[in-house]
Design a protein around this ligand. Structure first.
Ligand SMILES: [Zn+2]
Length: 391
């Protein structure tokens, strides 16, 4: 991640860049701020910049070997620690990890990489728990985890000038793991940087707080947030944008949440979720009938709008499911649903579903009776969602 990929925070970016130019990089720093203001992205971009071998004016180059490995999150000298829990028996189809005891970050490293790519470096804790399927349990950073990390950092850097450990949400450490981290900060191995990314400093040991240099990450500037949202959601009107920005308080996640709730697309989303659930569930013919009755009463344009929306969700699911996370353009509420739904859409059934939806749009334009059209479509959908990818 480069500084240019981060929304706003210009003053802070300059400060971090100058610390490198003036060769006064503190070995333990804490990026502290509430909400989704880009603090993890900043820590990441800072680490990438420090290790970039061909720095450009005020940013990392993005193309040197170090940058490429950083952006793929595969650099051997880059370490992450983040809250996890057991997820065995959960319904998630996203996480490949099935952990039944002693969970550590390493178990979920692939999920973490995908999740960071999906959220463009703006992770939210609740979504993360959904993503890895720990569901209603709280995540934590265990003492085994802290010990693992300390052990890993004892070795010489494989390639980079600095080894970097980024700890996301150190608040989730208990006292034992926090004390292990403290020792690491007090007696760091050579050329090792530790960046904590935290929200609530009250939940951290005072001894840790006194040992790290704290970088307060403020909310994103309104103007920058507005520009970012305008690019991401071009359909938003000026007044809507102004309202959202004023409510969001410099928090990307909050802004997306507001957009999700206020948007007229919400109705299509609710219909879509209900439809997919009914189609997937066995013995829900009555439910499908009621749903079809409701949709049949809509005007033609609204029906077409809904089917077009469904087409988009199927396409996004396919992209999400095949790992093209960065291509996915979806809103927050959609993201949360699609994380669970996407695995049911694959290369076998997606083309048929898309063809059926296209055909239905075509027929609506030609005044085919909506009740039978949506009934047929639902029954086909029901079979297609249960189609096995290998069949
Ligand atoms: Zn570079």
């Amino acid at each position: 991640m480069r500084f240019r990929d981060i929304v706003g925070q210009e003053a802070l970016k300059s400060r971090l860049i100058n610390s490198v130019k003036e060769n006064r990089i503190s070995h333990a720093q804490m990026f502290l701020g509430s909400g989704n203001n880009g603090k993890l992205a900043l820590a990441f971009a800072y680490a990438q910049y420090i290790n970039c071998t061909h720095k450009v004016e005020n940013d990392s180059c993005g193309v040197c070997e170090s940058c490429r490995k950083y952006e793929a999150m595969s650099h051997p000298d880059l370490f992450f620690s983040f809250p996890v829990n057991t997820n065995k028996g959960s319904t998630t189809k996203v996480s490949k990890a099935k952990i039944s005891k002693d969970p550590v970050s390493r178990d979920f490293l692939n999920d973490w990489k995908n999740f960071i790519a999906l959220t463009n470096g703006y992770p939210n804790l609740y979504q993360w728990y959904q993503y890895i399927g720990v569901e209603n349990k709280q995540g934590f950073i265990s003492k085994e985890e802290a010990r693992n990390i300390v052990h890993q950092l004892q070795f010489k850097a494989a390639e980079a000038r600095y080894k970097v450990l980024i700890v996301w949400m150190p608040e989730k450490m208990n006292d034992t793991s926090a004390n292990t981290l403290l020792k690491l900060i007090e007696e760091p191995p050579d050329n090792t940087l530790v960046f904590l990314v935290a929200e609530e400093k009250e939940k951290l040991l005072p001894t840790i707080l006194s040992r790290v240099q704290t970088i307060l990450v403020p909310p994103i500037e309104d103007k920058k947030l507005a520009t970012y949202l305008q690019q991401k959601f071009p359909h938003l009107k000026k007044e809507e944008l102004r309202d959202i920005v004023s409510l969001a308080n410099g928090d990307v996640f909050r802004a997306k949440e507001i957009i999700s709730n206020s948007d007229e697309l919400k109705e299509n989303f609710d219909l879509f979720v209900e439809w997919m659930r009914l189609c997937y569930k066995t013995g829900s013919l009555e439910g499908i009938k009621t749903w079809v009755e409701q949709v049949s009463k809509f005007g033609r344009e609204k029906q077409k709008g809904f089917l077009t929306y469904t087409l988009r969700m199927i396409r996004e699911s396919l992209l999400l499911n095949y790992g093209n996370d960065k291509l996915v353009r979806i809103m927050l509420h959609e993201e949360t649903f699609l994380i669970k739904f996407a695995p049911f859409i694959h290369l076998k059934n997606a083309p048929i579903i898309q063809k059926n939806l296209d055909q239905a749009i075509y027929e609506i334009e030609r005044n085919v009776a909506p009740a039978s059209l949506f009934t047929d479509l639902s029954l086909q959908m029901s079979l297609l969602l249960k189609m096995n990818v290998a069949s």
